[in-house]
Design a protein around this ligand. Structure first.
Ligand SMILES: Cc1ncc(COP(=O)(O)O)c(C=O)c1O
Length: 401
């Protein structure tokens, strides 16, 4: 007799810790949109969190040269010295930070660097302060380490801004770390340097770690681009997480990094040595080319995102019933769709996102995955043409509710 998978399933005892986390909400939308597409639907994709640009040619060339030159063996776990130097030098040049080779580790994407940092800093029962809305993975990665995310609500009418006062209300003797993510995924909010500095000062006084996710730091549309790395006097309680994914349109290459005190970096390298080992050797060569080569491509993409942002926000605001803050960075708009709740049985961002995908074939990520029920996340990393197609469908969809 052959057992079906559902009959076998109850016998499988998975670990407790795997039940503490959920699959990434953004990946779930991508999967559902892909499924509809495979059935022949013409889906406009505002769901994906990745640049629509191709990786710049000189970066691709460096990877090809690495393959041809047989740079295809294991490297040091935390990346080659060449790459680690390139990371710290780029960061120092752009943000006036000061890190040495022993204070940087290259990982298999920014998410991997974040995962490792949380694993080595957060113990069972530790609290980690997380501003809402938050990027989906923070909560789950904290939980996987046994920590408790402590949420700080931000105010949409103040562009989801975060101040030291708001954070301080959530601090307890168990607070181990505070997560900062500016520019933010999903709201696109950019923190004011003064607010960041105050939070860091407050944290330092209490021995609390700052974990600053700078994945979108180069996609800042204000004239005050800033990294906490500039606050050198606070570096001994600070982890900066960076990524080449968004900056150089390299999401699939998987290269991220952490800048942190040497003992933290060395603990992260120990963990990495027992899981992935080094990031792909070929990708490391490409990353060196990205970080040390011409940076005009970064500025060109940033300027294009600004145009796309202006276009999508204007389009969203023109839809009766939708409110949308002006994102100042990253490539997401975070419209509030709560005025439609109560119509056509809709009760949440999830309901709106689901119906929008199934009926109008527009993929956007429901706010629930980011900790708010009133929103959907619209990624505008796409062409103007796609933005127009999607906005037109959204217009009709919301008018028909
Ligand atoms: C806020 C934030 N941090 C980190 C990452 C991880 O990026 P990657 O692992 O591709 O470097 C993402 C990706 O969407 C993100 O939005």
């Amino acid at each position: 007799m052959t057992l079906t998978s559902t009959e076998i399933a109850p016998a499988i005892k998975l670990t407790d810790r795997i039940h503490r986390i959920e699959p990434s909400a953004t990946m779930a939308v991508v999967a559902e949109a892909d499924k509809l597409r495979s059935q022949g639907a013409d889906v406009v994709d505002f769901g994906a969190g990745e640049p629509h640009f191709a990786t710049p040619q000189h970066i691709k060339d460096a990877a090809i040269a690495a393959i041809q030159g047989n740079f295809t063996k294991y490297t040091a776990v935390g990346g080659t010295a060449e790459l680690r130097d390139a990371i710290v030098q780029r960061h120092a040049a752009d943000f006036a930070s000061e890190y040495g080779r022993e204070e940087v580790i290259a990982s298999v994407g920014g998410k991997h660097a974040l995962f490792n940092a949380i694993q080595v800093l957060v113990d069972h029962g530790d609290e980690v302060i997380l501003p809402v809305p938050y990027w989906v993975s923070f909560k789950d990665i904290i939980r996987y380490a046994g920590g408790n995310p402590v949420l700080v609500e931000t105010d949409e009418s103040h562009n989801f801004g975060l101040t030291a006062e708001m954070v301080l209300k959530r601090v307890t003797p168990r607070t181990k770390a505070i997560i900062l993510n500016s520019p933010s995924n999903p709201s696109g909010a950019v923190m004011q340097p003064e607010h960041m500095t105050e939070i860091i000062r407050m944290a330092q006084e209490r021995g609390i770690w700052i974990i600053s996710d700078e994945c979108y730091v180069y996609l800042n549309y204000t004239d005050r681009n800033f990294s906490v790395g500039a606050l050198r006097e606070y570096r001994d309680r600070m982890v900066i997480l960076g990524s080449l994914s968004k900056t150089y349109a390299m999401t699939g290459w998987r290269l991220g990094y952490a800048l942190a005190p040497a003992p933290v970096v060395s603990a992260m390298a120990k963990l990495q040595s027992q899981s992935t080992s080094n990031p792909t050797s070929i990708v490391q060569k490409a990353a060196v080319a990205a970080l040390t080569g011409p940076q005009q491509c970064v500025e060109d993409m940033r300027r294009e995102y600004i145009k796309l942002r202006d276009h999508v926000v204007k389009g969203l605001r023109a839809i009766p019933g939708i409110k949308c803050t002006m994102p100042e960075g990253a490539f997401y708009a975070y419209p509030n769709v709560s005025s439609f709740f109560g119509r056509s049985g809709l009760k949440s961002g999830s309901d709106v996102g689901g119906k929008l995908l199934r009926e109008a074939y527009v993929a956007a990520v429901p706010g629930e995955g980011f900790g708010t029920t009133d929103h959907i996340r619209v990624s505008y990393a796409t062409s103007m043409g796609e933005l127009d197609r999607g906005l037109e469908r959204m217009n009709k969809f919301f008018a028909g509710l």
